[in-house]
Design a protein around this ligand. Structure first.
Ligand SMILES: *Cc1c(COP(=O)(O)O)cnc(C)c1O
Length: 240
């Protein structure tokens, strides 16, 4: 028995908790996509997760992710960028990822659009990271600046706004994150009423290992779960 069997077991447990939370909220579990956050873990571990059915993987560092994508294959999984994106990594990000969760400036949006053009990437879907707590250490656009960032998508041909993402302050008690999740959903609903996500519903990327159940109750469509699947990360430098 391979010693990485715990990954398949953990995936099963997380999926069943997702189903329970969805059920509690009268939602269909199929509405929720589990992103297995594989940052800091080596490619073999990712491959084990893929073999166990994890087809969405989340990484927070472009360089680290690009290496894994090259080893494992661009089409072996759906690759999600969940960490801050610096301008000088934008091209590599366009090449490596299916969905970028962390757009937070007009400048970066314009750069991504231009790179899509240059790289013949027909369509790149992004989420805007919203900073509701106004934490100086975290990236994300404030609620005040959000409308201008949303409006810039009118200029674009390739870059598509698919939804919103939030990384609330860390709380030991998951209930304390609920107001952030709820507010993000309200903002998503307001934008959706203005048709900014096209004819599809806007995605809500929210919820991590310790609070994904609460996030699902509040409408999460993408949950980003690392520790509960892969165990504790050792390299704390790679943390958010
Ligand atoms: C690391 C990370 C996660 C996963 O966190 P866990 O607590 O390990 O589940 C989710 N979202 C972001 C943005 C992260 O950086």
């Amino acid at each position: 028995m391979p010693e990485t069997n715990y990954i398949a077991e953990n995936l099963r447990a997380v999926r069943s908790q997702i189903a329970q939370a969805a059920d509690k909220a009268n939602r269909a579990a199929e509405e929720i996509t589990l992103i297995a956050v594989s940052k800091t873990h080596p490619s073999e571990i990712l491959q084990t997760a893929i073999a166990a059915g994890a087809n969405h993987l989340g990484e927070n560092k472009v360089q680290e992710a690009a290496g894994k994508v090259a080893e494992i294959g661009r089409s072996a999984a759906n690759w999600h960028l969940i960490g801050n994106l610096q301008a000088n990594k934008a091209r590599k990000a366009v090449q490596s990822f299916d969905l970028i969760h962390t757009l937070d400036s007009i400048e970066l949006a314009r750069r991504l659009e231009r790179i899509c053009q240059e790289e013949s990437r027909d369509r790149l879907e992004v989420l805007i990271q919203v900073d509701l707590a106004r934490e100086a250490t975290k990236s994300g656009v404030t609620e005040n600046d959000l409308p201008n960032l949303v409006a810039v998508f009118n200029e674009f041909e390739h870059l598509k706004l698919r939804g919103l993402m939030i990384l609330p302050p860390f709380f030991d008690e998951p209930e304390l994150a609920r107001p952030y999740f709820r507010r993000l959903r309200e903002i998503r609903d307001e934008l959706q009423n203005k048709n900014v996500f096209g004819d599809k519903a806007g995605e809500l990327s929210m919820g991590m290992s310790n609070d994904f159940a609460v996030a699902i109750e509040e409408g999460a469509t993408l949950v980003r779960v690392g520790t509960a699947i892969f165990g504790k990360r050792e390299n704390l430098k790679s943390e958010i």
